[in-house]
Design a protein around this ligand. Structure first.
Ligand code: SF4
Length: 475
C-alpha cells in the first residue's frame, strides 16, 4: 500500500494570516496558476483573468482575505517573503488603478470587485474550498484551472492524484500512530529521531535543523510582536487586541530591550499557577492577534490555530527551563509528525471537519511535542496527543463575520492549556491502561467530521456567527 510522505516543512509553513485554507492556500494556488503559464511562455499573451470562489471560500472568504490572497499570488508576491506592512498599499493600488501586473511582469486590466466572484450558492464536489482561475489569451483561446485548498495551506489542482512531496520512499513510512510506534519500538529511537531520519531523505540533517530553528524564530518574533502591539483588529468587528495590555500588566515595572531580556523578565516572576496560566493565554492571544491582522505567522498546522504551538513552546521555554535548541527541535519534529498522522487519517481543514481539525489537531500536536521534550516516552507522547484531541471532538467552526477572531483567538488559549494538561496527564499515567488509542480518536474525529452539519464547517452560517451581528462592538 502506498504511503503518503509529508515533510515537517509542509506541516509548519511560514506565511501570512489570517487563514491557511482561505488565505495561504488560495495564495499558493494563484502563484501556481500564474507560474505555470509563465513557464509555458503564455504569460505575455494573457488578456484577462477571472477568479471564481466556491463553497466555504465564497461564504467566508471576504473575512479571511481570500480575494486579497489571490491578487497577491497573481502578481507573484510570496507569503514567506512579502513585507506584511506593504499588503494594504498593494491591494489599494490594484483597486485604484484597476490593473494587475501578473507575475510582476505583465500588466492587464483587472477590477477585483468584478473579476473575483464569490459564488456563495455553489460548491464543487471534491472539497468545499474550491477556486477556479479563468484566463483569456490574445489568440482568442481560454483556459480554466481549478484548485482545492484542502487545509493547512495544502493545495491540490484538479486532476492531481497526489499532494505534497510524496513521490519519495521514506525509511520509516508512517500512516498511523501505530506505524510510528512500531518504528520506535523496532529501532529504539524516539519519535523525533524517527522523524529526523525520514526528513534526511529530503535534505541534510543540518538543513532541517536550521529550517526548524527558523520556524521557531518566526514564532518567537510573532509572539513578541503580538505582545507589544495595541489597537483594534481589522474587519469591522471592532475587537480590541488584548495581549499587549496583559503583557504589561504581568510584567509591571520590569524593563527589557529585546526578546531575550523579555523572556528573563517573564521568568523572574516565578511559576505561580495563575501567573503561568496568564502567560500561556498571553502568548496565544499575541500570535492570533497578529494572525488576524494579516501578520507573519507559522501555519501550525493552520493559521487559525497558529497560536497553540508557540504558546506551549513558550510555556516550555519560560516555565520548564526548556530554552535549549535540541529540545525545541524534538518538540517541533514530534508535533509535526502528529499533525501529519491527523492529516492522513482525518483532515486539517475546518471546512471538512470544523474546529476539531484546527485547534483540536494543534493541541494534540503541542501535547505530543511537549511530552517528548519533557522526557516522556513515545507512548506517553502519543497518549498526550490522544487526550488532547479526545477533548476537542465535535468542536465546531463558526467564526463571526467570517473573521478569524471570535471564537478563534481565545480558542487558541484553550487549545494550549488543554495541550499542557494532556501532557501532564500522560506523563503521570501508564499508557498500558489507556482505553483509547490515538488512531481510534483520529478515526472518531473523522467520523464526527462527516456527521457534522455544514453550518459548522467554516461557513459562518451557524453558531456564534449567526447570533452575533458584525455591526456590534466587541462582545
Ligand atoms: S473557529 Fe476554529 S477552525 Fe474556525 S476559523 Fe476559528 S480557529 Fe479556525
Amino acid at each position: 500500500m502506498p504511503h503518503e510522505a509529508i515533510s515537517v516543512f509542509e506541516i509548519f509553513k511560514i506565511g501570512v494570516g489570517p487563514s491557511s485554507s482561505h488565505t495561504l492556500g488560495p495564495w499558493r494556488a494563484a502563484q501556481r496558476f500564474i507560474e505555470s503559464l509563465y513557464k509555458q511562455e503564455r504569460l505575455f499573451q494573457i488578456q484577462t483573468i477571472r477568479v471564481l470562489l466556491y463553497g466555504s471560500l465564497a461564504k467566508s472568504g471576504k473575512g479571511h482575505g481570500t480575494d486579497i490572497a489571490v491578487q497577491l499570488g497573481l502578481i507573484g508576491a510570496d507569503p514567506v517573503t512579502i513585507p506584511v506592512d506593504s499588503i494594504d498599499a498593494r491591494i489599494a493600488d490594484i483597486l485604484a488603478m484597476k490593473k494587475l501586473i501578473l507575475h510582476g511582469l505583465h500588466e492587464i486590466d483587472f477590477n477585483p470587485q468584478e473579476d473575483i466572484e464569490f459564488l456563495v450558492t455553489e460548491s464543487l464536489p471534491f472539497h468545499p474550498n474550491a477556486l477556479t482561475f479563468l484566463a483569456s489569451f490574445n489568440d482568442g483561446s481560454l483556459i480554466a484551472e481549478t484548485f482545492y485548498s484542502v487545509g493547512g495551506g495544502f493545495v491540490v489542482k484538479e486532476g492531481e492524484e497526489t499532494i505534497g512531496q510524496n513521490a519519495i520512499q521514506l525509511p520509516f513510512p508512517i500512516d498511523k500512530a501505530d506505524d510510528l510506534l512500531h518504528w520506535c519500538r523496532t529501532t529504539g529511537m524516539s519519535i523525533s529521531e524517527v522523524v529526523m531520519e525520514n526528513e534526511n531523505c529530503w535534505r541534510t540533517e543540518e538543513e532541517t535543523r536550521v529550517g526548524l530553528l527558523n520556524i521557531w524564530q518566526v514564532m518567537k518574533d510573532c509572539t513578541y510582536r503580538g505582545c507589544h502591539t495595541k489597537g483594534m483588529l481589522p474587519g469591522g468587528l471592532n475587537v480590541t487586541r488584548r495581549a499587549a495590555d496583559l503583557n504589561k500588566k504581568l510584567l509591571g515595572d520590569l524593563t527589557y530591550n529585546n526578546y531575550d531580556e523579555w523572556l528573563e523578565a517573564i521568568r523572574s516572576g516565578g511559576n505561580d499557577f495563575k501567573y503561568t496560566l496568564d502567560w500561556v493565554s498571553c502568548f496565544a492571544l499575541a500570535v492570533n492577534e497578529e494572525n488576524a491582522s494579516f501578520g507573519r505567522v507559522v501555519t501550525a498546522p493552520t493559521n487559525g490555530a497558529a497560536g497553540v504551538i508557540p504558546a506551549v513552546l513558550h510555556y516550555y521555554v519560560c516555565f520548564c527551563n526548556g530554552n535549549i535548541d535540541e529540545k525545541i527541535l524534538q518538540f517541533l519534529l514530534t508535533a509535526a509528525e502528529t499533525g501529519s498522522i491527523f492529516k492522513k487519517g482525518a483532515t486539517l481543514s475546518a471546512a471538512m471537519g470544523g474546529c476539531q481539525a484546527e485547534i483540536g489537531v494543534s493541541s494534540a500536536m503541542a501535547a505530543a511535542g511537549l511530552t517528548e521534550a519533557l522526557g516522556g516516552s513515545q507512548r506517553q507522547a502519543l497518549m498526550a496527543a490522544e487526550i488532547a484531541m479526545e477533548h476537542h471532538l465535535g468542536l465546531t467552526c463558526d467564526p463571526i463575520g467570517g473573521l478569524v477572531q471570535i471564537p478563534c483567538i481565545e480558542r487558541n488559549t484553550m487549545g494550549a492549556i488543554k495541550a499542557i494538561t494532556a501532557s501532564q496527564l500522560a506523563l503521570q499515567s501508564t499508557p498500558d491502561f489507556a482505553k483509547v488509542s490515538l488512531d481510534t480518536v483520529i478515526k472518531t474525529m473523522w467520523d464526527t467530521a462527516k456527521d457534522m452539519s455544514f453550518k459548522y464547517k467554516e461557513t459562518s452560517e451557524g453558531g456564534l456567527a449567526v447570533h452575533i451581528p458584525i455591526s456590534l462592538p466587541e462582545c
